[in-house]
Design a protein around this ligand. Structure first.
Ligand code: ZN
Length: 251
């Protein structure tokens, strides 16, 4: 669970990139591993949901927010069918000017030239209950761009929202800072652009309260040992129970 600054509790957040057979453990997990992880969540009574749902139905005891960064084609091909099999949903953060193209923001062969979902695939996932969030227009580094070229940085945040809304015919309310990098200004622009919340890549810490525009998460890649994933999930579940118990006693 995550405690917000106003005292409300939302479910914990998992953060993935890719799900594909034979994938490097640095960038993702195999479909088999992903399926086992989702199965474990289900087994302990946690349902995978979107960020949007996590803020409406704040059932931290029985849910866990699942997020994917960048909008890879393999999210559509492998992750989504597995999630659907378990009755889960997720939020996918897409780079609005790179839809249907390949990643061009990294020269590292692990991250560059990787196919991204096209408009039809994104719309199909939305129809199935997945949430599409914004991850800027070009996957810029808002940490440096908001200092070097504030107008451009602001456009990355504002225009990606309107471009995705045009594509989806629906309000886009969740944002995610590329590389997890942000400045006070970029956080403020995300608020002004009309998003309701934003995720970073900071790890969740107990006893801390969070601004809804600086949400923490637990990153998952193939480097994460299975036992650690299970530990995260059990803590998500126990944290939720603890809070519910405390609130129950208070009320
Ligand atoms: Zn990214």
């Amino acid at each position: 669970m995550i405690r917000l600054e106003d005292g409300t509790i939302i479910p914990s957040i998992l953060y993935y990139h890719r799900v594909s057979p034979g994938i490097s453990p640095h960038v993702g997990v195999s479909p088999e591993t992903f399926s086992r992880q989702m199965e474990f969540l289900k087994k302990i009574g946690l349902r995978g949901i979107t960020m949007e749902e996590g803020f409406v139905n704040r059932d931290a005891k029985n849910t866990c927010i699942i997020t994917f960064d960048d909008g890879y084609l393999d999210n559509y091909e492998y992750a989504a069918p597995i999630l659907e099999r378990f009755g889960f949903q997720a939020t996918i953060f897409c780079v609005s000017s790179r839809i249907g193209k390949v990643t061009d923001w990294s020269k590292d062969p692990l991250w560059g030239g990787i196919p991204l979902m096209d408009a039809g695939e994104i719309r199909e996932l939305q129809t199935k209950g997945f949430e599409i969030g914004s991850h800027t227009r070009t996957h810029c580094d808002l940490g440096s761009l908001s200092i070097e070229d504030p107008l451009q940085a602001r456009r990355e945040i504002f225009d990606s929202r309107s471009e995705l809304e045009d594509l989806l015919g629906k309000k886009v309310t969740s944002f995610c800072y590329p590389y997890g990098n942000c400045t006070n200004e970029s956080v403020q622009w995300a608020r002004e652009a009309g998003y309701h919340r934003a995720r970073t890549v900071r790890h969740t810490r107990f006893g801390q309260s969070y601004d809804p525009f600086l949400l923490p998460c637990r990153p998952v890649s193939g480097k994460l040992p299975n036992i650690r994933f299970m530990g995260y999930a059990l803590i998500f579940k126990a944290g939720g129970s603890l809070v519910t118990d405390l609130m129950g006693r208070r009320g």
